[in-house]
Design a protein. Structure first.
Length: 275
C-alpha cells in the first residue's frame, strides 16, 4: 500500500493556517494586555484614590445631586448682564483674534510669505503657541497683567482664536489657484494688488466660515472666563459655588446652555447666508 507525499499546495495551506492561528493568538494577547492595563488604571486612579467615605455612599451622592434640582429662579434677573457680557467677550474676542490672525496667516502661508526662512517659521510658531495654551491660562496671564473684568477675557479669547483662524486661512492661501495671481503679477501688479484681487476672493468664503465657527466656539470659552475673574457667567457660577447655592449653580448652567444654543442657531443661519 503506497502513501502519497503531501503536495506543495497542501504545505502552503498548512503554513497559511498556522500563520492565521499565530496572528489570532497575538491579537488575543494584545487584547488581554490592554484589558489588564485598563483594569490597573481603573483600580489605581478610581478605586484607590477616591475618597469614598467623604461621598457618604450612594445616599450621600443622591442627596447632593438632589440639591442641584431645586433651581433658584430668583437669580434670573442677575444673569442678564453677565450673559450679555459673555456674548460681548465672545464677539469682541473673535473680531480681535481675526484682525491679529491676518498677519500670522500671511507669514505662515508658504506661497506668499515674505521669507521662508524667518517669517514662515515665525508664523507657524505663533499658530502653535496660540493653540497650545488653554484659554484659561491666557485669561490668568491677562488678569495678572490688566486686572479683573471683561478685558482679560476678551484678550484671552482673541489669543486663543489666532491659532485656529490663521492656520485655516494659511492653508486656504496655500491651496489657491495660482493662475489669477500669476496673471496679476504679469501685468505689473504689486503685492497688495495680488493679495486683494488674486488671493482674497478665493479664500473669502473659507475665512468667513472659519470666523463664524470660531465665534460659536468662543461663546463656550467666554462662559468659563469668570472662573479666573474675567467676568461673564463664569464669575456668577464661581460665586454660586462658593456660597454652596446648588440651585443657583444649576440655573447658571442652564443659562450657559441657552446662550450656546442661541450661538448655534445664529452661526448656522449666518453660514448659510454668507457662504
Amino acid at each position: 500500500m503506497s502513501v502519497t507525499a503531501p503536495t506543495a499546495s497542501e504545505h502552503g495551506f498548512d503554513a497559511w493556517v498556522a500563520h492565521k492561528r499565530g496572528r489570532r493568538l497575538n491579537n488575543w494577547l494584545l487584547v488581554a494586555a490592554g484589558l489588564a492595563v485598563l483594569a490597573w488604571c481603573f483600580w489605581d486612579t478610581i478605586m484607590v484614590d477616591t475618597d469614598w467615605a467623604r461621598m457618604g455612599g450612594a445616599l450621600g451622592i443622591g442627596g447632593t445631586l438632589e440639591r442641584f434640582l431645586w433651581i433658584d429662579w430668583s437669580l434670573v434677573p442677575h444673569l442678564i448682564v453677565p450673559a450679555m457680557e459673555t456674548l460681548m467677550m465672545a464677539t469682541l474676542g473673535t473680531l480681535l483674534g481675526c484682525v491679529l490672525s491676518l498677519p500670522v496667516a500671511w507669514f505662515g502661508a508658504a506661497n506668499v510669505t515674505p521669507s521662508k526662512y524667518f517669517f514662515y517659521p515665525a508664523g507657524r510658531f505663533l499658530m502653535v503657541l496660540s493653540r497650545s495654551i488653554h484659554e484659561i491660562i491666557w485669561a490668568l496671564l491677562f488678569v495678572g497683567a490688566v486686572g479683573l473684568g471683561a478685558l482679560p477675557g476678551i484678550l484671552a479669547v482673541a489669543m486663543r482664536s489666532i491659532g485656529f483662524i490663521s492656520k485655516i486661512t494659511a492653508e486656504a492661501i496655500e491651496n489657491i489657484d495660482p493662475k489669477p495671481v500669476e496673471a496679476i503679477r504679469a501685468v505689473g501688479g504689486n503685492q497688495f494688488q495680488v493679495m486683494y484681487y488674486g488671493i482674497v476672493p478665493q479664500i473669502l468664503p473659507v475665512i468667513i466660515g472659519t470666523i463664524i465657527f470660531e465665534w460659536d466656539i468662543n461663546i463656550r470659552r467666554s462662559a468659563i472666563m469668570g472662573l479666573v475673574g474675567a467676568g461673564g457667567l463664569g464669575l456668577v457660577f464661581f460665586r454660586q459655588m462658593a456660597m454652596f447655592n446648588y440651585g443657583g449653580v444649576t440655573l447658571v448652567v442652564l443659562a450657559v446652555l441657552v446662550l450656546i444654543a442661541i450661538g448655534e442657531v445664529v452661526s448656522h443661519y449666518a453660514r448659510k447666508a454668507v457662504i
